[in-house]
Design a protein around this ligand. Sequence first.
Ligand code: IMP
Ligand code: MG
Length: 335
Amino acid sequence: MPCMVVVCGFFGDTGKGKIISYLALKDKASVTARAGVGPNAGHTVVYRGRTYKMRMLPSAFVYEKCRLLIGPGVLVNPEVLLKEVELTNSWDRVGVDPQCAIIEPKHIEADQKGHLASEIKTTGTGTGPCNAERALRKVKLARDVPEIKRFLTDVPLEVNEAIDNDEVVIIEGTQGTFLSLFHGTYPYCTSKDVTASAACSDVGVGPKKVDEVLLVLKAFTTRVGGGPLPGEISWEEAEKRGWAEIAAVTGRRRRAAPFNFELAKRAVMLNSATQVAVTKMDILFPECKGAKSYEELPEEAKRFIEKIEREISVPVTLIGTGPEVWEVIDRRPHL
Ligand code: IMP
Ligand code: MG
């Protein structure tokens, strides 16, 4: 399976970081390319007793032989990028496309006031104002920033060559389908499309070169910021159920609701998903914690997975049973 795109089917924060870090290690990915908006994302990776919250680098950094690329569609904050390169000591394997647009302090300032802060409740990381300036063709690009010069590389060329050589390539989407500027809950959404097609475009891969689209869904739904969340429960109730989460980038409380079959079904359509990962099963069914095989799951959990498969007509190939990279049930047929 040379090229897989990984995207979220809800409102982000479904566990893409965990799933991608697992896939990179398990499948020995030689290249991962980060797609999506920019450092508004927070992908959590728990590996060898450490928790990483990645905002710029691909979550595949845990597999030391993997090239870590950032596609031209992605907005780069050089300060955040350099911190993550240092944290993961990945100086010799990071590549940034010269056409990535650069987030400057003025973008962050604009994102933290006015309707973006009070109404949309953005992450305040400058991504919306930076994309707006990019659309006006006035934004600064990565090729003009000396601090990141050493990382510059033709990302679409690297990714396409890896695919053509039959190497394992992962395209890492960010945010979630219903935060898409086109397909999400406008105006409560992010500043560009974030479905699988957009993720491919972000890194310069055409639609015929993708083999698998993995849609990541969480066993319950959460969203941060403004906008509708069908079936939303109170924070107190979320705490009771163990669904109370704090956002990785902003530290805000995540609003919570039960798993949404309607949204899942639509996300399958919008992303042409070929397989699905369901994460945080151990939160919904504590007996699942740490399970590595489907047989270990309690009947109730199996029925939930079977219901998802019935409703969305796509196989659930990966099941998350804990935050750590290896806490996963892998039901992919080739294994
Ligand atoms: P922005 O992307 O910072 O402009 O924020 C727009 C909306 O998308 C807000 O509701 C944010 O909370 C939400 N959002 C942006 N990025 C993420 C993410 O990575 N996970 C979850 N929500 C996000
Ligand atoms: Mg997140």
